[in-house]
Design a protein around this ligand. Structure first.
Ligand SMILES: Cc1ncc(C[n+]2csc(CCOP(=O)(O)OP(=O)(O)O)c2C)c(N)n1
Length: 557
């Protein structure tokens, strides 16, 4: 029997190891869905295409595999744009398949025609429109290769329906033609690694700065070994949280606007920073001119464009991080650096005292209790807003894939669909969403998907009746002139959860801990609506335009 383009698509996906696709149909993708019924690949029908992209993203973040989403042409494809951009900003390997109108109608403003290649050009690693059935296999292989290689990211593959339905008679399996950007090799790596080792050994106040790139590069173990061998204090970016487990107190927390004061202060005082797998985004550096003013900066990254993009590095090495760090560790001396470590310990004690005296403690202990009850292996998926910062600061993620969040894009509504994907990819791990009421409303329709497939996602909605983070900014920096931040209390989130067929209950923050056990016992999904005082803000915080050491604990004077 002759094969069609759709058969080739499904065979190629299966060969690439794809087991699930998150999608939403339209007539232009029906030929693919029709053939999918006969393939081992399972299709999860989401309730909005944005969620398909986030679910594929969450699946990829939780598993390390490449996520796949599918939409129809036109509005289906444009609905995925936010999800694709979110994956792009956090370097998630994703292949987004978009159906397209027939080739002869391209460019004619046909019904449901959209130039999705043009629209997604700046937010993808690459995008293809496949113009002939013979090219489907090689182009799809190439898409997967690009999505997962080097610095991973999303690739859009646009599939005109006539190409998908065309008969395929060829037998040739083409090799991917994508030429990988050449990383520095051999001699050059060795020379740079030696230089980094020398500077690191000479440093009196070194800091290792860890970005999400080390998870993507499978470099968590080599970096942990470097840290333990050299007794090197480290900070992470938001995306780097959980990548290195340090039982010896070398972890100073994550840096940046909402980061830990200890981490920010240490970076400010450091005389040498080795940055691995980070592009120094402004969320980490705050005011760039005042970032790490005393430090020589060395940077290792597989992605040449991440080097010197935001911060000028004194020593730059484009290389596989795991490989480079494995070469570096044997050259590192074990040094005491008592003065530096004492200084860090003193600051840590001072800062902890300040923390005890602000309202953050109650939320933190609730999140800590959730983790304690749900187990070490549980995955937290944080949304965006105060809830995100509470979660990032409180969830003790000791595994690289234990805390998922939209760091680069800060996409509200990410958590619920991403958690669906994480659950599908990691069915043995508990998956818990922490979201605000605002972010929850943004992809609320996915409760239907969760309920339909009985995915055991545990959803915790912090209901403060407000867009809490916006309220905090207006309170602190706009003279408490509140506008467009109140959501009110008319919507009954618990009733909504129940309406979607999900066991749900309301609790106050004070009573919430007892409800966690009930949430854990539920075999399927569960929703906990936790009421939080709208004045419960995140402190310390860096005011807009401030530097990393200008963290404040209340209204600026
Ligand atoms: C899609 C999207 N729109 C707007 C924003 C800007 N924004 C950042 S935080 C926030 C408020 C979040 O409110 P909520 O979800 O209730 O969480 P809370 O801060 O109360 O925890 C907004 C509107 C965003 N990050 N994403």
């Amino acid at each position: 029997m002759n094969k069609t383009g759709a058969d080739i698509i499904l065979e190629t996906l299966a060969r690439e190891g794809v087991e699930v696709v998150f999608g939403y149909p339209g007539t232009n993708c029906l030929p693919i869905l029709d053939r999918m019924s006969d393939s081992p690949i399972k299709h999860y029908l989401v309730r909005h295409e944005q969620a398909a992209a986030h679910a594929a993203d969450g699946y990829a973040r939780a598993t390390g595999k490449t996520g796949v989403c599918l939409s129809t042409s036109g509005p289906g494809a444009t609905n995925m744009v936010t999800g694709i951009a979110t994956a792009y900003m956090d370097s998630t390997p994703l292949v987004a398949l978009t159906a397209q109108v027939t080739s002869d109608l391209l460019g004619s403003d046909a019904f449901q025609e959209t130039d999705i290649i043009g629209i997604t050009m700046p937010i993808t690693k690459h995008s293809f429109l496949i113009s002939r059935v013979e090219k489907i296999e090689s182009k799809l292989q190439e898409a997967f290769e690009i999505a997962r290689s080097g610095r991973p990211g999303p690739v859009v593959v646009d599939l005109p329906i006539d190409v998908v339905t065309a008969q395929y008679e060829g037998t040739v399996k083409k090799k991917p033609t994508f030429a990988k950007k050449k990383a520095a090799r051999g001699r050059e790596i060795e020379t740079k690694v030696r230089e980094i080792a020398r500077r690191l050994n000479e440093a009196e106040r070194p800091i290792i700065m860890i970005g999400g790139g080390i998870k993507l590069a499978d470099a968590c173990m080599p970096v942990s070994e470097l840290i333990e061998k050299g007794r090197l204090p480290f900070v992470t970016t938001m995306m780097g949280i959980g990548s290195v487990h340090s039982p010896n107190g070398f972890n100073l927390g994550f840096i940046g606007t909402h980061g830990s004061e200890l981490a920010n202060r240490a970076v400010h005082q450091a005389d040498f920073i080795l940055a691995v797998g980070t592009r120094f985004s402004d969320r980490s550096t705050s005011k760039i001119e005042q970032f790490a003013p005393l430090a020589t900066i060395a940077q290792i990254d597989i992605d040449a464009t991440s080097i010197g993009k935001n911060i000028k590095s004194d020593i730059a090495l484009v290389a596989d991080i795991a490989e480079a760090v494995r070469g570096l560790t044997p050259l590192i001396e074990k040094k005491q650096r008592s003065a530096w470590m004492d200084r860090i310990a003193t600051e840590r004690a001072q800062i902890e005292e300040k923390h005890l005296s602000n309202g953050f403690g109650q939320v933190a202990s609730f999140i800590g209790a959730v983790q304690g009850i749900m187990g070490e292996d549980a995955i937290a998926v944080a949304d965006v807003g105060l809830n995100q910062i509470w979660t990032l600061r409180s969830w003790r993620s000791n595994t690289p894939r234990g805390l998922l969040t939209s760091g680069g894009m800060g996409t509200m509504g990410f958590s619920l669909p991403a958690a669906m994907g994480a659950t599908v990819g990691s069915p043995d791990r508990a998956v818990i969403v922490f979201t605000g009421d605002g972010g929850f409303f943004m992809n609320i329709q996915e409760l239907a998907t969760i309920s339909y497939y009985n995915l055991p996602v545990k959803v915790i909605v912090f209901n403060n009746g407000h867009l809490g983070m916006i309220r905090q900014f207006q309170d602190l920096f706009y003279d408490a002139r509140f506008n467009a931040c109140k959501l009110g209390d008319k919507a009954d989130i618990t009733a909504i959860g129940q309406g979607f067929g999900i066991p749900s209950e309301k609790v106050t923050l004070a009573d919430a801990i007892t409800a966690i056990e009930r949430m854990k016992q539920a075999a399927g999904p569960y929703l906990l609506e936790v009421f939080v005082d709208p004045d419960n803000y995140v402190y310390p915080i860096i005011p807009p335009g401030g530097s990393n050491i200008e963290m404040i604990y209340g209204r600026p004077k």
